[in-house]
Design a protein around this ligand. Structure first.
Ligand SMILES: [Zn+2]
Length: 184
């Protein structure tokens, strides 16, 4: 009789323990928010980009859908942007003042020669995001720039270029690049 009572009592104790565990699991946070790294936001001011404003928007969108560790957003009015984009009559070039900051000169010369404006935009933004030129190179490479010819309209970074930007802006990345000037 005694052992029979014990056997009958055990399942009840186990059920109670399981219910308690389940209750605690539900009460615990699903995912610790502090461990989720937010993408770094780099703001840009295209107010000086004249006829290339649309190309700037599209170039920024290309990067925003290509990487997660950094996102490009138009600066709010009254705020100082990390990046300025200005149109001029020279060759496109970027004066970087560090990772994620600087000035892009959206030169009309390359546009007049037939180079794709969105590719120019995302290429120069690539410099802002820390990428150097990789010339000469194929059209599949964004940083091959003008060396891929005027027939190249690819505005997307390849896998290696995306990985490099993710690394620079990732938690493990140094994220400290000095001022550099990219001629095109
Ligand atoms: Zn370049």
């Amino acid at each position: 009789m005694r052992s029979s009572t014990l056997v009958r009592a055990l399942p009840a104790a186990v059920t109670a323990a399981l219910a308690l565990t389940a209750g605690q699991a539900v009460a615990a946070p699903a995912a610790p928010a502090e461990h989720t790294a937010a993408a770094r936001v780099v703001t840009y001011d295209a107010s000086g980009a004249a006829e290339f404003k649309d190309a700037v928007t599209k170039g920024a969108a290309v990067w925003n859908e290509s990487v997660v560790n950094v996102q490009l957003k138009p600066v709010a009015s009254g705020q100082r942007a990390n990046v300025r984009i200005v149109a001029d009559d020279g060759w496109p070039r970027t004066a970087s003042t560090g990772l994620g900051s600087g000035t892009i000169y959206f030169g009309r010369q390359a546009v007049d020669e037939g180079h794709n404006t969105v590719r120019i935009s995302s290429h120069e933004l690539g410099h802002i995001l820390g990428l150097p030129d990789r010339k000469p190179g194929p059209c599949s490479s964004l940083m091959s720039g003008a060396s891929a010819g005027t027939s190249c309209t690819n505005a997307y970074p390849n896998a290696a270029e995306k990985a490099e930007v993710e690394g620079d802006f990732g938690l493990a990345g140094a994220a400290t690049l000095g001022a550099r000037t990219f001629r095109d």
